[in-house]
Design a protein around this ligand. Structure first.
Ligand SMILES: Nc1nc2c(c(=O)[nH]1)N=C([C@H](O)[C@H](O)COP(=O)(O)OP(=O)(O)OP(=O)(O)O)CN2
Ligand SMILES: [Zn+2]
Length: 121
């Protein structure tokens, strides 16, 4: 079994009340995020690829455009702009690309990340 991973970065703003970490979180402020999308499978013998990374990039580009330079509190379907909801939101928008097994969202400046393994895990 192979696992193929591609990542993208986005910059976004949010405000997050009801957190005990980050005293300024209730004010609108920005973060740099890094998202990783992984797909599993066996390489097709002819192409040598589990999945053409270009297909994954297309799906990632679509969801990136919904998040990059946006106020995350206003993004339809995201819910409260936590790492958990970002990982699930990205999953929902890329899962058609292939057998997606996990989506991780990293907020490196805070040493934080969250991984979503799908609704069944
Ligand atoms: N389960 C979760 N808990 C918390 C989340 C989350 O996404 N899931 N998020 C937060 C805060 O948003 C996060 O800790 C960042 O805090 P914030 O004040 O926004 O960040 P800093 O100012 O510390 O970060 P810099 O990037 O260094 O400015 C809390 N809990
Ligand atoms: Zn924040």
């Amino acid at each position: 079994m192979w696992e193929l991973t591609k990542s993208f970065r986005f910059e976004a703003a949010h405000s997050l009340p009801a957190t005990t970490l980050g005293t300024a979180s209730m004010e609108i402020h920005g973060h740099s995020f890094r998202a990783e999308v992984s797909v599993r499978g066996k390489p097709d013998p002819a192409s040598g690829m589990v999945l053409d990374l270009g297909l994954l990039e297309r799906g990632m580009g679509e969801v990136r455009s919904k998040l990059d330079h946006k106020l995350l509190n206003n993004v339809e379907g995201l819910g409260p702009p936590t790492l958990e909801n970002l990982a699930r939101f990205i999953w929902d928008h890329v899962q058609h690309a292939g057998h997606v097994t996990r989506v991780s969202v990293h907020r490196d400046s805070c040493g934080e990340s969250c991984t979503y393994f799908g609704p069944e895990s």
